[in-house]
Ligand binder design. Structure first.
Ligand code: PMP
Length: 294
């Protein structure tokens, strides 16, 4: 086997309190997170070297770990400092930032592994916006996923837990093979929920409509966009949305730290025309993500 591995991402990774070369940031194959999905993570974006809503992401990471019965071995302040440092050492600028927490396999490898240490790492890489601004306003195309978001009685749906992404990867792969950009997922009761890595909004009669986020991730970008819309005087309605309503909306967009605000032009047989509200909120979001100069 070749001794040289090529690793994805920027040159340095913060791993359990140390900065190291990405190629040295390795885990053993007997790792609980790998075998049993005991891993939570964050997806964040830095703009001009500053992570947008950084502390809110780290607080969510701590909360996700707690839901997964893992105590974060570092305080939020320490992780905030680590994130700023790794970003700076990797060159700052516009970067995607991935902080993650997992249960190791040092002492035992079974469903229960309460003695195993909890690990934390932070990596950064370049992940450009999905589209350039002109192209972006054309909108993406969404398939409708076969898998549904699970019932909160069946999974820890409010954690950003790696295991919950199994059905997202399968749904997105299937969508891509059919020529779509992503897939819309319904919830366990058949109501419109979210995409494989982003929340969803619709426009009807000048108002924004978005599903109530009680059985899927209530995104940080979702909350930001709701605030921005209200500041513009756009009414936001959080409600149950049924699939048979999809034909009644004029505009549609998805939101997420990676997706930012991305207009949608198609969901299966339904067509939308990205318009004034998509454009306004995309503009407001992108303006708001830049570090404020004092
Ligand atoms: N839902 C899922 C399944 C996601 O992976 C993401 C991306 N983290 C979101 C929603 C949007 O969350 P946020 O705006 O906090 O990035």
């Amino acid at each position: 086997m070749a001794s040289e591995f090529i690793y994805f991402g920027d040159p340095l990774i913060w791993f359990d309190g140390k900065l190291m070369a990405s190629s040295d940031a390795r885990v053993h194959v007997l790792t609980h997170g790998l075998h049993y999905g005991s891993c939570v993570f964050e997806g964040e974006r830095a703009y001009d070297g500053v992570v947008f809503k950084s502390r809110i992401h780290t607080e969510r990471l701590r909360k996700s770990a707690e839901i997964m019965d893992m105590v974060l071995p570092y305080p939020v302040d320490a992780l905030e400092a680590a994130k700023a440092e790794i970003l700076k050492r990797n060159g700052g600028g516009n970067k995607y930032v991935r902080a993650f927490v997992w249960r190791g396999g040092e002492k035992m490898m079974a469903v229960a592994a309460q003695q195993n240490p909890i690990h934390v790492a932070i990596a950064t890489w370049t992940w450009p916006s999905m589209f350039d601004p002109a192209e972006r306003m054309r909108g993406i195309r969404l398939d409708i996923a076969d898998f549904r978001r699970p019932d909160p009685a069946c999974a820890p749906v409010h954690a950003k837990a790696a295991g919950l992404y199994m059905i997202c990867t399968l749904s997105k792969h299937k969508a891509e093979k059919k020529g779509y950009n992503d897939a819309l997922m319904f919830d366990w009761q058949g109501r419109v929920a979210e995409c494989t890595g982003a929340n969803i909004f619709f426009v009807q009669d000048g108002k924004l409509h978005t599903p109530i986020a009680d059985c899927f991730l209530s995104g940080i970008t979702r909350a930001t966009v709701i605030d921005l819309a209200r500041k513009r005087g756009i009414e936001v309605v959080e409600r149950r949305i049924m699939p048979d309503e999809l034909g009644k909306f004029s505009e549609c967009f998805i939101t997420g730290s990676a997706a930012e605000v991305t207009p949608v032009r198609e969901i299966g047989p339904h067509h939308f025309q990205p318009g004034r509200i998509c454009e306004t909120l995309l503009g407001d979001y992108m303006a708001g993500t830049r570090p404020q100069k004092s």
